[in-house]
Write a protein of this length. Sequence first.
Length: 479
Amino acid sequence: MKLRDLFPSVPAEIGAQDVAGLTADSRLVRKGFVFFAVSGVKHDGSVFIADAIKAGAIAVVHEGDDIFVSGAAAIATDDVRQALALAAAKFYPQQPETIVAVTGTAGKTSVADFTRQIFEACGEQAASLGTIGVVRADGISYGALTTPDPVTLHQTLATLASEGITHLAMEASSHGIDQRRLDGVKLKAAAFTNLGHDHLDYHQTKQAYLAAKMRLFDTLLPVCGVAVANADAPESIEVLAKANQRGIPTLSVGREGTDLRLLKSKRKGFDQQLTVEWQGQVYSVTLPLVGEFQASNALIASGLALAVGEAPKSVFNALEKLRGVKGRLERVGTHKGGLILVDYAHKPEALEQALAALRPFASGRLICIFGCGGDRDRAKRPVMGTIAHDNADIVIITDDNPRSEAPASIRQAILAACPGARDIGDRFEAIKAGIQIMGEGDVLLIAGKGHETGQIFANHTAAFSDHEAVDTILAELAP
């Protein structure tokens, strides 16, 4: 690709140069690269221009007034982040034919993965992209950013397209949207889950946080796309209004939804029985997931699939075979008529929400196993102890990732606010103890590490997976 293909306004003699790559990191510049002087939180990208040219950059893209650059073309722009994303989209032009995105404080990972599963059930070659990486039906997973940098993102889109992926569901974080990382992605539909109190260290105010997410609908989603909104979230009113202002078709979902409406839901053992209405037709769905919020996530994912033309019957049939996202209230086994789940909840709010979601499904006792990480927020330890004490029937305190702290001192800080809890430092033994006391109708939540496969100590990381621990213990206890 020539430089003029990325920037048509450059002089002819400069534009004829071949572009070998794009980057905003001067350390990654090689001969023939274009360097984008992006300003971050700590550094002004312009201070690395000389380093980039020395490393072989043929052009430098910068904001503000024209600057003198020796040895490379200087290209001025109003928004260097957007320029990087749009250049990456040109440099890696292949994308899956159908891309949908989901934003919101909670539920993005589940909605993206559920949408992928629905697409696959409908016969599509599908993948999802987000916090847990790139996931496909064959289990291949790589990367682990909610919204990757533009070059990595467009490189990934091109790779997926070349591998035959036609349908992609991706997470869209507020950071990623605000930092122009999704610019250049050809979206067919976008969804909104909810808005909570989060990321205010970056956005400063809740309104600015919402405005960042709204850019997905007022700027990035083309007018030929479809806006899907969780009608049970108050902020959905603004999402639908933004879409309507631009003439974008909308699809509202949930108990208050006017398009895909949840008429009724009830517990059915460890499943949920949902009655939904779509275009005048009523469907009954047995959803193999626990928690009302998972039903909401599943319906938002259904809305995205319906928005891009998947057959309703196939979509709703797919819901009955949904698998929970790894480490997100994931069902990992049963024992003596009780259900075992693994969840990533490692903050007070997340632990409280997980226990609240599971309580209706525990006809017996609700058992909770968790710990807190070392070298992290110490104030949350007694808070989480209180939450476990108040919301679970049996609590076992164990080690999470102690890091450089003494594991016993972390557990004691939790136990001080959780009278009656058992103290079992060895995480494997704690999980074993929890499973051994299970009975009919009990629900066991193993919280804190979710999908992680290692346990971090002061000077080493030991291989450890809650999933593998459960599998091993259940095999040992099998009759």
